[in-house]
Design a protein. Structure first.
Length: 327
């Protein structure tokens, strides 16, 4: 029998480990109920990093030890903060997902109006054939998987296949993941990409009364899609989000030029870069709702951390100190 190097530990044993490492844990029974509800791995392993002691080079010391006055409640607060942040971002990301799908359906179908034109390889760019083939295969599989034999399973795709013999793209896009929409846009011919970018440029000018008058380029939309896809997956799967970064994200700096931001956006994009990018592509009302909710969230949790400076959390999010005026 193979020895279990990570043996089962009771809730009491888990709390004892935390106390032995210097974490302040109350004895009123609440921490035990929290671990029972959330789990040690999700809560502690997920959110302890900010509260761990580091050496002079900034590396976490081993065996792990918590910084002075760090508490279980602070780790729980960071967990709850991140959960609420994901909820705010989720609504905004879904809005953009809908907007992008609508744009793709309209502009692609305008250029290629024939039935099933999105299954023809010649209707996409020829820069990366394997990627184009992957996109076409994904679209075909979506239709196949959404056309079940079971008569009780009805959906729009099955309706169009059975009654019209084909599925219009404006129906199909509603069944695609954001990742599939992202690759669809990347593989569109230059003219289609340009028309979609122009549409977003016109939306931005109209929404902000021509305050932002620099044209959005297809490479900017590609950069935003890449960033959104990265965070969309994290949000959907309840991954740690506030400190998540997308490394080497070319094209993000163009967002600064479009929005006339007085700060340099990081190529290692975090939450701040995501939020600012969404300003370029979301309706003003939807963006404003998201921005106000994030600002309110930050103010709500600002006083809940004592062993660490709240600015450390802002830094993990790539948020500048003057984030309110920039959002």
């Amino acid at each position: 029998m193979i020895e279990n190097r990570k043996p089962f530990k009771t809730l009491r044993s888990q709390l004892k480990i935390l106390r032995n490492r210097g974490l302040n844990v109350s004895t009123d029974g609440k921490p035990m109920r929290v671990l029972e509800r959330i789990g040690y791995y999700t809560l502690i392993n997920g959110y302890k990093t900010l509260f761990l002691t580091r050496d002079s080079n900034g590396k976490i010391i081993h065996p792990e030890k918590f910084i002075k006055d760090a508490s279980f409640n602070e780790i729980l607060s960071l967990y709850n903060f991140d959960k609420e942040l994901r909820s705010i971002l989720y609504s905004a990301l879904l809005e953009y997902e809908t907007n992008l799908g609508s744009e793709l359906a309209y502009r692609f179908s305008e250029e290629f109006p024939d039935e099933n034109s999105y299954l023809a390889i010649d209707n996409f760019n020829g820069y990366d054939i394997s990627s184009v083939v992957g996109t076409i295969s994904s679209l075909s599989n979506t239709i196949k998987n959404k056309t079940p034999v079971n008569k009780n399973q009805e959906n729009a795709i099955k309706h169009y296949v059975n009654n019209h013999g084909h599925v219009p793209l404006w129906v199909l896009v509603n069944f695609l993941t954001f990742g599939e929409l992202n690759y669809f846009y990347r593989n569109c011919q230059d003219k289609v990409q340009m028309n979609i970018a122009k549409d977003f440029s016109n939306h931005l000018r109209r929404e902000y009364n021509k305050k932002y008058d620099i044209s959005i380029k297809p490479e900017t939309i590609n950069a935003i899609n890449h960033l959104v896809n990265h965070f969309r997956n994290a949000v959907a799967h309840n991954e740690i989000t506030y400190s998540k970064h997308l490394y080497k994200s070319p094209g993000i700096q163009s967002i600064k030029n479009i929005l006339s931001l007085p700060v340099s956006l990081n190529s290692q994009a975090g939450i701040f870069e995501l939020v600012i990018s969404l300003k370029v592509v979301l309706p003003r009302k939807e963006y404003s709702i998201m921005a106000k909710r994030i600002i309110k969230l930050l103010e709500k949790y600002r006083e809940q951390f004592h062993s660490v400076d709240f600015n450390a959390i802002l830094q993990d999010m790539n948020f500048p100190t003057n984030y309110q005026e920039l959002l």
